[in-house]
Ligand binder design. Structure first.
Ligand SMILES: [Zn+2]
Length: 334
C-alpha cells in the first residue's frame, strides 16, 4: 500500500518539516542539574528549574502538547512554568503556548507579534492544511473505493482517522502576543546564574532568537540550527539566507557555550555548526550561480533538487526555501 502510506504521512511530515507524532509520550531528558530537554513535540523544548520558578524554551506544536509539557514541568520540578521563551513564531515551537497558565510570562523578540498576526495562518494553510486537506480527500476516496481490497480500504480508513484528528489539533493553534519583547538581548534571572536571550538578526525567519544558559555552556538556537534535517528558510516571515550564514559565523566565534540544542534533532557539539555553515554557504553560492547564468526559475529549482548535499529529511520544504533565496537575491540586485 505505498500510495496510502505515503499519503498518510503528508500531514505529519510537514509539521515543521519534521515527522511529528500527534500524541507523543513526553519525557524529560536531564542535560544538566535542573536543565531538561523534551524532544518529541515538534521543536526541541528546554525547561530550567530555578528557585524563582521554571523557564521553558518553546512549547510544542499544539495546545495538547503545551498542556502535557506543563504537567511534565510540574511533575519534574514541583513548580509552575514562570517564563516561556519563544524562539520564533512557527507553530511547531509556539503552538502549545495557549495551554500554559495565565500567570506564565511569555517572552520573545519584538517582531514575533507581527509574524504571529500576519504570517502564522498563511504558513499553516500552506504547509499543513493545504496538503492535509488534499490527503484527506484522497483517503476518503480510497476508503470508499470498491476496486481496492478490504485490507487496503481499512488502511485508508485508519490513515483518514489519523489525519482528520491531526487537522483538528492543528486548527486549535492560534496567533498569540508575547507579554514581554526585546530588540537585541535580554537577561533573565531565574535561579542559578542567568539566561541570556540573543537576537542576531533575521535568519530562519524575522523573529528568531537564541537562548544561552551560560552556567551550562548550552545554547538553544531555535531553527537557526537543525541536526539531521534540511534547514527551511521562511521568506515571507522575514528570513534571510545571507544573514543566516553571518549569524552562524558569529556563533562559531562566540564563547561561553559547548553544546547546542538545535531547533530539531539531537544535541550537538560545536563541530556541527561549521558543517551547517558550509552547507548553507554552498546553497547560497549555487543559487547565485544559477541566477548569474540567467537559468529560469523552474529549471534552476529542478537543478538544485538534484544536489546530493540537500538529500536530508524535510527536503519536501526545499521549494519554499529556494523561492525565498531566489527572491532575496532579486531584492539585493541593482
Ligand atoms: Zn521554524
Amino acid at each position: 500500500m505505498p500510495r496510502v502510506i505515503s499519503t498518510m504521512i503528508i500531514l505529519f511530515s510537514l509539521a515543521g518539516g519534521l515527522p511529528a507524532q500527534v500524541r507523543p509520550e513526553l519525557t524529560a531528558e536531564k542535560l544538566d542539574e535542573g536543565l531538561y530537554l523534551v524532544r518529541n513535540t515538534g521543536g526541541n523544548v528546554l525547561f530550567w528549574d530555578g528557585p524563582e520558578g521554571v523557564l521553558a524554551v518553546d512549547c510544542g506544536t499544539v495546545p495538547d502538547h503545551g498542556m502535557r509539557l506543563v504537567d511534565l514541568i510540574r511533575k519534574t520540578t514541583g513548580k509552575e512554568p514562570r517564563f516561556l521563551v519563544l524562539t520564533h513564531y512557527h507553530y511547531d515551537h509556539a503552538g502549545g503556548a495557549a495551554a500554559f497558565p495565565d500567570s506564565t510570562i511569555t517572552i520573545a523578540h519584538d517582531s514575533l507579534n507581527r509574524n504571529m498576526a500576519e504570517r502564522l495562518e498563511p504558513l499553516m494553510n500552506e504547509l499543513l492544511f493545504g496538503p492535509g486537506d488534499r490527503a484527506i480527500a484522497f483517503l476518503e476516496k480510497q476508503a470508499a473505493d470498491a476496486s481496492l481490497s478490504k485490507e487496503e480500504r481499512k488502511n485508508a480508513e485508519r490513515a483518514l482517522a489519523l489525519n482528520t484528528d491531526a487537522r483538528e489539533r492543528y486548527r486549535s493553534v492560534k496567533p498569540l502576543e508575547a507579554d514581554l519583547t526585546f530588540s537585541e538581548s535580554l537577561s533573565v534571572n531565574a535561579g542559578r546564574g542567568r539566561v541570556r536571550l540573543l537576537y542576531l538578526g533575521p535568519g530562519h525567519c524575522r523573529d528568531n532568537i537564541m537562548v544561552l544558559f551560560p552556567d551550562y555552556g548550552i545554547l538553544h538556537t531555535g531553527d537557526f540550527v537543525l541536526n539531521g534535517a534540511l534547514p527551511y528558510l521562511d521568506g515571507p516571515g522575514g528570513g534571510s539566507l545571507v544573514n543566516w550564514i553571518s549569524v552562524l559565523e558569529q556563533l562559531e566565534k562566540m564563547e561561553g557555550w559547548t553544546r547546542i540544542v538545535p531547533g530539531h534533532g539531537a544535541v550537538m557539539s560545536r563541530d556541527g555548526l561549521a558543517r551547517l555553515r558550509e552547507m548553507m554557504t554552498r546553497l547560497l553560492a549555487d543559487i547565485r550561480d544559477l541566477k548569474s547564468r540567467n537559468v529560469p526559475y523552474e529549471e534552476a529549482l529542478e537543478e538544485m533538487q538534484k544536489k546530493t548535499y540537500l538529500d536530508l529529511p524535510a527536503k519536501d520544504l526545499f521549494p519554499y526555501t529556494f523561492r525565498a533565496v531566489w527572491e532575496e537575491l532579486d531584492a539585493v540586485r541593482p
